[in-house]
Design a binder for this molecule. Sequence first.
Ligand code: PGA
Length: 249
Amino acid sequence: MRTKLVAGNWKMNGSLASNAHLLSALTSGAVASFNAKLAVCVPYPYLSQANLALAGTTIALGAQDVSEHEKGAFTGEVSAAMLMDFGCRYVLVGHSERRSFYGDTDAVVAAKFDAACKAGLVPILCVGESLAEREAGTTLQVVTRQLDAVLAKSGVAALAAAVVAYEPVWAIGTGLTATPAQAQEVHAQIRARIATESIEIAANVQILYGGSMKPSNAAELLCQSDIDGGLIGGAALVAEDFLAIAKAA
Ligand code: PGA
């Protein structure tokens, strides 16, 4: 039985004052009694604040990106070791906003995934198709290509200490959600692809759904057999909503 994980992706939102409020509402939310594990992926400057606020709680900390390089002359980049220094357990890699706005190719995402694993972080590998790709009937090909880049670089064993998030790009921040059946179908395909390399790892890897998940649709998505949690954007900024989603898991 896979544990559920509900991870918040704060994106480029927050301030010291608003984070203090949100983190305090989350930590006082009786989350230890939930079935799901919780995590929040915060902007780099707030890692220290969140690390302190979450100390001694069951809510894990994550970042939203990581450099593929270990260290050195890479101005503006943040290494996996630095994220470990600030108490991160998770890091998002290959979020669609990174892929589309910042040129993260499949190869770059695979290198970031590999760097995260080597440093002891748990990468949350985001995969997903655009609306045009879905309409062209290429969803499976796109998601498989994104996954295969990581498998080729790090090997299937790396997925034993990683998480996959299926996020259809057309559902991110749009209010459009994949139906539970649409999401379940792709989750099962991702698991089946991994099973061609290792049945055991496929059976154990957590595959999260992301894309306009909110309290009103969380339960029906999270009860699908291959959906092991959620990656939550907008609703993760409202403590009540994020906790309601986590409770539904
Ligand atoms: P959303 O974002 O929940 O606001 O759609 C999800 C994500 O981008 O991870």
